[in-house]
Design a protein. Sequence first.
Length: 138
Amino acid sequence: MTKLAELISLKTFGDERGSLISLQLNDPLSFEIKRIYYIFNTKSGIKRGLHAHKKLKQILICTSGSCKITLDDGKNRETVELKSPTKGLFVGAMLWREMHEFSVDCVLMVLASEEYDANDYLRNYDEFKAACFNNSEL
Ligand code: TYD
């Protein structure tokens, strides 16, 4: 089965005071960040996401608490739990994503390769699958 979830281990500087993680281009970021947003205060039982992006690349980091991310490439589906600020989940273009099982203290930070563009979203799963199929036919 294809591996969809690309987890990045983030180098952690730790000493007796605690821990620090730095993210910069090429170390470990593989693309330039144009936008950062974070999701918090998520109500119990809620699912977020439920879309794919045509072009956008993202890295998701759960800086506090935990949540689960399900990724789907139109053929395979994989769920990963994010529960550490030391792990980043790379999510490339054309992957359907669903975020769920947020803990009450979850803060999910998203580093994005592009500014917000509503036209980059595929919000209908059937249209997403059709677009995946058309891409693979090229
Ligand atoms: P939405 O796409 O529903 O979030 P999720 O993918 O987590 O389900 O976004 C919620 C609202 O925030 C929606 O009105 C669009 C707006 N928004 C922005 O204005 N800028 C952004 O960068 C993002 C991610 C969302």
